[in-house]
Ligand binder design. Structure first.
Ligand SMILES: Nc1ncnc2c1ncn2[C@@H]1O[C@H](COP(=O)(O)OP(=O)(O)OP(=O)(O)O)[C@@H](O)[C@H]1O
Ligand SMILES: [Mg+2]
Length: 473
């Protein structure tokens, strides 16, 4: 099983097929680290025994590792990810400026899944050189209660001993930031999956963004710099207007979906890392295969994870069809079979095939039922946007009482997965009207792309959904 970079539930939903990839790439445990050290100090004779094993690693396994989810690609020596020069530079300047001027500040980063938000922020944080700051990274999804955020930040910065057993609420937290600390001038708090902090009254988020507003810098001795990351429309639609109304607009930075050319550059740069100093050439893939993979994934959503999944599965396909007992270990050999257009095409067909409807999970099938119902109830009423479909979905109390209500972000993830498996078609309305670039997923038009009979068949054994799906007879 692969290790997701975010919550397993969300990420598993978005896998392009039901197959899970192999080895999880996790932070090495203590034991693993210990083993690594032991290996370094092994006597020569023993080390020799291990060498052939390392050398014999198949080129396909090494290439597949590059595209595995959770793979830590640390080859980046610059400040920006490939194709994220503008965003990376902006982020770097934002932080350097805030630290140099010794002010509070906040930035709201938004963009659809798999567009490099988390990865670029991580990279930028590694590159900051100014003195006197601490970085706190929190994935808000891991908090049991949004109000715990103040305690979590304080614990990370000052340590358990210093803050004592008492739970730190917002008041105590800001009081603590107002005490002089010799070395510590600023705290940079990266709040990933920020939407998890939304409460009914949005108070937690509001307090954080209010306190870290640049105009409030004089109120805190230790300056607070907040970088919030989110991929949901919910936050932009509901939370930002409140900040703007209160004259607290944060800086914003948008990560747009990757274009085909950007995806191509990213894949090629990863492949090149397999053969350092390889100039313009790269191993394993024929250039036209990368082209097809990039175009296909850009047309689905611009989510890099999808492109990587296609690459992974295509390499696996080539590997499966190798002559028996043949192992290829040298990228420089011209003999090994490469990933070609037909491999990519086959993986895409398998992954995005209509028949995959029976492989969908319960929530995905539930949304298909709701979409069918909507279309049945609104024949001739024109296009349905993803946002309007979400509003319709939220009103379906009976099903939601049993399955729970999805947040808009989760809803969009499922919609994207349904689109990947060709069960729905999502069109960019603005393209028709103006030929303009990307619009948010919420404004796109969604249509069912499977027949009523196929849905009926796929929910044959799911009583709950049989009750949800309306009859078209
Ligand atoms: N420009 C890039 N170059 C190389 N790898 C990238 C790039 N952008 C993203 N990735 C890789 O793609 C995967 C997804 O990126 P990331 O986690 O940053 O997406 P995200 O925008 O934070 O998505 P989400 O909203 O779902 O959290 C990661 O494995 C990351 O390493
Ligand atoms: Mg992320």
């Amino acid at each position: 099983m692969i290790s997701p970079t975010r919550t397993p539930t969300k990420r598993t939903i978005r896998d392009i097929t039901n197959h899970q990839l192999d080895t999880p790439s996790r932070t090495p445990t203590k034991k693993q680290k210990l083993d690594d050290n032991i290996q370094i100090s092994k006597p020569k004779a023993v080390t020799k025994l291990f060498q052939p094993l390392v050398a014999a690693t198949s080129i396909y396994s090494r290439a597949k590792a590059l595209f595995q989810r959770g793979y830590n690609f640390s080859n980046n020596t610059g400040d920006c990810l490939v194709s994220r020069d503008v965003e990376g530079k902006y982020l770097h300047e934002f932080i350097s400026y805030s630290l140099k001027l010794n002010v509070c500040n906040n930035l709201y980063i938004s963009g659809p899944p798999g567009t490099g938000k988390t990865e670029q922020v991580k990279l930028t944080m590694k590159r900051i050189v100014e003195p006197g700051f601490k970085i706190v990274n929190i994935n808000c999804m891991t908090l049991n209660n949004p109000e715990n955020i103040f305690h979590e930040i304080a614990r990370d910065v000052f340590g358990n001993l210093h803050i004592g057993h008492k739970k730190m609420d917002s008041e105590l937290f800001f009081k603590t930031l107002n005490k002089e600390q010799d070395e510590l001038k600023s705290i940079i708090v990266v709040l990933d999956e920020l939407d998890s902090l939304i409460t009914r009254d949005q108070q937690v988020l509001f307090e954080l963004f209010q306190a870290s507003n640049i105009n409030n810098s004089h109120n805190l001795k230790i300056k607070l710099i907040i970088i919030g990351i989110s991929n949901t429309l919910d936050l932009t639609d509901k939370f930002l207007p409140r900040l703007i109304r209160n004259n607290l607009s944060p800086e914003t930075l948008q990560f747009l979906p990757y274009t085909a050319d950007q995806i191509k550059s990213i894949i090629i740069s990863r492949l090149k890392s397999l053969v350092p100093a390889s100039g313009d050439t790269f191993p394993i893939f024929h250039p036209s295969a990368i082209q097809l993979c990039s175009r296909k994934s850009a047309s689905i959503s611009g989510d890099l994870r999808k492109a990587f999944d296609i690459c992974y599965k295509s390499i696996e396909l080539v590997e499966r069809n190798l002559p028996p007992f043949q192992t290829y270990t040298d990228f420089n050999s011209s003999e090994y079979p490469k990933v070609m257009i037909p491999h990519i095409a086959k993986v895409c067909t398998l992954s995005f095939d209509n028949n995959s409807i029976s492989n969908l999970n319960l929530l995905q099938k539930a949304l298909l039922c709701h979409l069918f119902n909507y279309q049945l109830e609104n024949i001739g009423k024109g296009d349905l946007s993803v946002n309007s479909f979400y509003d319709y979905y939220r009103k379906q109390k009976d099903a939601n009482n049993l399955l729970g209500i999805l947040k808009i972000g989760e809803f969009i993830e499922i919609i994207s997965a349904l689109e990947s498996s060709s069960c729905v078609v999502i069109n960019d309305k603005s393209k028709k009207n103006s030929g303009a670039g990307n619009v948010g997923m919420g404004n796109k038009i969604i249509k069912l792309n499977v027949s009523y009979d196929d849905i009926v068949k796929s929910i044959e054994e799911i009583g709950l959904l049989k009750r949800v799906l309306k009859s078209c007879n």
